[in-house]
Design a protein around this ligand. Sequence first.
Ligand code: SF4
Ligand code: SF4
Length: 271
Amino acid sequence: MATMITSECINCGACEPECPNNAISQGEELYVIDPLLCTECVGFHDYEACAAVCPVDCCVTDPNNVEGEEALIGRAKAIHQDIQFGDTFESRFRKGDKPAPAAAKKPAAQPQGEPAAATAATAESAAPAAVERLEDESIEPPLPPADSWSIPLRCYKCNESFDFPVGRFMVGNVLWCPHCHKSMVVRDNVNYQIRTLLKDFYEGWEKDETEFRARRERELREFREKRAKELRDFENRRRQGLEKIKARFAELGDNYDAPGRPAKKGSFAWG
Ligand code: SF4
Ligand code: SF4
């Protein structure tokens, strides 16, 4: 039973990055799930990750597309051929069981010359974002301080490379190659380029985040207003229902032909 997104979707986009299969994308009007990629998170979680983060609970199981665990784990294996799922994979069909170990990535071939620590860090950063992130609204990754950047340089004499902090890239400054100790002077105005680059980047980063947060605020406000209106309409329907039944009872009382009630003059009485 693949998961589907209903028309209640407010396009907040929270579900998209949570999907381990990249099955979610923005459709013409709302976010949509590709049923050929959705595994109901079988293989990764014992719950549907999109449903877990959706603020309006509009990621629901599709009653018209029923699939069993076997089909779903088969799909997960076909999509992620680099993952060994084993027999104790996570699955919503096994909810309540002792938690199964997370799916293990097959070790990737170590790139030549790349330190093992760097590869481990990459795998960690690719882990699915925690559901709790939605609560505190923290946005990853953080922006490094402007003076923490460095520029990779290659020494023209020994051809070795080394990192040089951007803050020291000033016209007239002497750079020393840490390998052969050859000195180089910063002649052109690279400093200006670096500062412009950093300024544009930091401003763009801020602007992007401000717009992103404003959009989320607006959508949440609209969503709350919609929910409040739905509640008011629902309450009004209930009031009308109560009025209606009261009116029906009043009508019944008015027309009730109680035993012993004198017959209206001229009317015909049986018996
Ligand atoms: S249920 Fe899981 S696999 Fe399916 S769309 Fe949602 S997050 Fe993706
Ligand atoms: S989390 Fe829910 S409301 Fe937000 S885009 Fe996904 S389906 Fe739509």
